[in-house]
Design a binder for this molecule. Structure first.
Ligand code: MG
Length: 286
């Protein structure tokens, strides 16, 4: 609710579904700000919304149709690689759905409590869409996965996860190699894309603090791809997620809480460790 000199606005201006407690924001305003706040707008969530909906109905329908047409059409997995890709995606999603309570509890302490729900919603959307992915084409599947996550995950994680898999898909598409080093390169470029988009670097207490150690571990273990190589990279991601407990938050909702989050790991990094382990175990034997 916002109380202004010339009235009161009531509505949902910031939602935190599973957050314990309340949040109060104070904004210093002057006459010019008041004029802007009271101006009529087409922004649907603001109380001064104009009576008629923005845009023409035909324009909205056209957008929906375009989104539908751009969805990937797949025939399921025919090849061994396609079946493995499907198993890895499904295992990652199931692990996130199973971890909903754990992630919610962690995010209650360090954020706004919605990470468990967001991850579960995205995982369910992927589970429903995976059959339509072009699974025998790994690069195209990664991009399709990125599109689903961008659309369904919401919050700041949605665009970041979307970007991660879109970039991975592009790198895999343009690479002739199919070994673990190629995956490490794809994920490394995905991490860079996340940094560019969100402004975070490793050490800032984000999902990158699980992804980056995973990539570095894959790169460090030279030689033939092995079960041990992959599992030690997963362990590096898990250690990285644990280590965020000692990192100061610089971005995102956690940064509002400052030093109070110290001692608690970052749930976004923990979520990465959870789906990485599930996906990698589903890929074995390599
Ligand atoms: Mg949140």
């Amino acid at each position: 609710m916002k109380a202004l000199a010339n009235g009161i606005y009531a509505g949902t201006f910031l939602s935190s579904l599973d957050m314990a407690g309340i949040s109060i924001s104070v904004l210093g305003i002057d006459d010019e700000w008041l004029r802007w706040l009271d101006a009529a707008t087409t922004a649907p969530a603001w109380p001064n919304v104009l009576k008629q909906p923005p845009g023409k109905p035909e324009a909205r329908i056209a957008t929906e149709v375009r989104v539908e047409l751009s969805s990937p059409i797949g025939k399921g997995a025919q090849t061994e690689a396609g079946k493995k890709t499907k198993r890895a995606i499904e295992a990652a999603g199931k692990a996130l759905i199973d971890a909903e309570d754990e992630l919610t509890e962690m995010d209650r302490v360090t954020g706004d409590g919605d990470l468990g729900i967001s991850m579960k919603r995205a995982a369910e959307a992927v589970r429903d869409a995976v059959g339509s992915y072009p699974l025998d084409n790994v690069a195209a599947t990664l991009k399709a996965l990125g599109h689903t996550l961008q659309r369904e995950m919401g919050g700041s994680s949605g665009p970041l996860y979307g970007m991660l898999f879109l970039r991975c898909g592009n790198v895999v598409e343009n690479s002739e190699r199919t070994d673990l080093a190629q995956w490490a390169e794809a994920l490394a470029q995905g991490c860079r894309a996340i940094s560019d988009l969100g402004g975070a670097k490793p050490g800032d207490r984000t999902m990158l603090d699980a992804l980056d150690p995973f990539v570095k571990s894959l790169n460090a273990s030279a030689g033939k791809p092995s079960r041990e190589q992959l599992l030690s990279a997963v362990e590096a991601a898990e250690r990285g997620a644990e280590a965020t407990a000692q990192m100061k938050p610089r971005l995102g909702r956690s940064s509002y809480l400052g030093d109070r989050v110290l001692g608690h790991p970052d749930p976004g990094a923990r979520a990465v460790a959870i789906w990485l382990r599930a996906a990698c175990e589903a890929l074995l034997p390599l």
